[in-house]
Design a protein around this ligand. Structure first.
Ligand code: ASP
Ligand code: MG
Length: 424
């Protein structure tokens, strides 16, 4: 039994959905569970809709209409004029959101977010299942909320692995015997059957959960890139595909910010020794990248860029030593503003931290830190992480940059830097 995951870009319009169905028709594996994300930019649009609703904006209905229109345009292209029952199914799914939007927001924002945003995966998976059946691939749609059981930490729910495995093993094998199983990424359900989400871009993680609990022989994540590349093509003209990676390297790369796979995806697969393939839906004949427990992968240098960083230096006003007396206090303050630390470095009397520059939170954070500490900070900073670095890779990324901080371990070098002021 294998698991496939298709992200939003792979099903962004009717032609993309036809392409996915062609890939699936060619599969030889008898048992396949397919995890689907929301279509194209739907989740971003649903987040905007949720915010508009929470802020009592007047454009709530327009935003929803636009999302519905995206889906009905695709349906018309795939199924023609409109008497297939998928039209009603998709309408009914949206009606649930319409009901919710009719009343003023009364529940917590995170709960409301999950109830609205989850609809993207519900409708995309319904459309995919209906289309596969239409073209002769027997498929059964199943509701991931009945299988991925979570706590009620809305927006970033934690999986109850025990209940999840029990539910999946109890009923899914029989359904898998009848044909493909189509389900949703990103969403789960609480024990009271409320919808939760697993965090943005969480569909990869969903696919890993299904794989681990059902003892899949492999998980394949289909992307619009040929595999795991040594840098994001957004930053480098020439990138290299990494043919094989160890679980460990994959975890390190995603931890430092490589966005090709969601960081939580690897661990469940590693625990069950399930290989992960990252392949291109544009080039399904190509092998992509294999991530597994390989002992000696080729150490191709990889580059991970994060822009818009703030680098904050913190010095106790009373000249006490930073480690012994102040570290836990500082982390407490960061935690309070939900600011995630990207790098840290300490000397005897000062401590430097870099984080994503979210203006609102960072401004408050700096104000609070300033009560007890002397603070210096720099915005507009770039963070580059190089895994398997050497001097020439460092030279390549630091050209015309002022390096503010360099942190090196045996395999990884992190550089915080700013553009050199122009001399003209
Ligand atoms: N649709 C969700 C998101 O965009 C989950 C995913 O794509 O993985 O965050
Ligand atoms: Mg997505």
């Amino acid at each position: 039994m294998q698991v496939y995951k298709f992200g939003g870009a792979s099903i962004k319009n009717a032609d993309a959905i036809r392409n996915v169905s062609e890939i699936l028709k060619g599969v030889e594996e008898d048992q396949l569970l397919i995890v689907i994300s929301a279509i194209g930019q739907t989740t971003n649009k649903l987040v905007a809709l949720t915010n508009a609703y929470l802020n009592l904006q007047a454009n709530v209905n327009d935003l929803l209409e636009d999302i519905k229109q995206d889906h009905f345009t695709i349906l018309q292209d795939l199924f023609g004029a409109g008497n297939h029952r998928i039209f009603d199914e998709v309408s009914n799914a949206f009606v649930e959101v319409e009901w919710l939007l009719e009343d003023e927001p009364a529940d917590t924002p995170d709960y409301i977010y999950d109830q609205i945003v989850s609809i993207g995966e519900v409708v995309s998976s319904k459309i995919m299942a209906a289309y596969l059946n239409e073209v002769g691939c027997m498929s059964t749609w199943v509701d991931a909320r009945n299988y991925i059981k979570t706590d009620n930490n809305y927006r970033e729910a934690n999986v109850d692995w025990h209940k999840t495995e029990l539910e999946m093993k109890r009923t899914l094998p029989a359904i898998l015997n009848k044909g493909y199983v189509i389900t949703q990424g990103f969403i789960g359900g609480t024990s009271e059957n409320f919808t939760t989400t697993l965090g943005r871009e969480g569909s990869d993680y969903s696919a890993a959960i299904f794989s681990a609990c059902l003892d899949a022989t492999a998980l394949t994540i289909w992307k619009d890139v040929p595999g795991v590349l040594n840098a994001d093509p957004k930053w480098f003209e020439r990138t290299e595909k990494i043919p094989e990676l160890s679980y460990h390297d994959a975890i390190e790369l995603t931890y430092y910010g490589a966005t090709v796979i969601h960081p939580k995806t690897i661990k469940p697969l590693q625990n069950h020794n399930i290989p992960l393939f990252v392949r291109s839906f544009k080039d399904p004949g190509e092998p992509g990248t294999k991530i597994s427990s390989v002992a000696a992968p080729v150490n191709i240098p990889s580059f991970i860029f994060k822009v818009n960083q703030v680098l904050i230096s913190i010095m106790p006003k009373d000249l006490s030593f930073i480690i012994e007396e102040n570290l836990s206090d500082i982390f407490q303050i960061f935690h309070g503003y939900k600011v995630k630390v990207n790098t840290m470095h300490n000397s005897a009397v000062s401590f430097s931290i870099s984080a994503d520059y979210e203006e609102n939170e960072i401004t408050k954070l700096i104000a609070e830190l300033s009560n007890k500490y002397h603070i210096k900070y720099n915005t507009g900073v770039e963070l580059v992480t190089i895994r398997y670095y050497n001097q020439s890779t460092i030279d390549r990324v630091t050209l015309n940059k002022d390096i503010l901080l360099e942190i090196k371990s045996r395999h990884t070098c992190q550089l915080l830097m700013k553009n050199k002021p122009s001399t003209e």
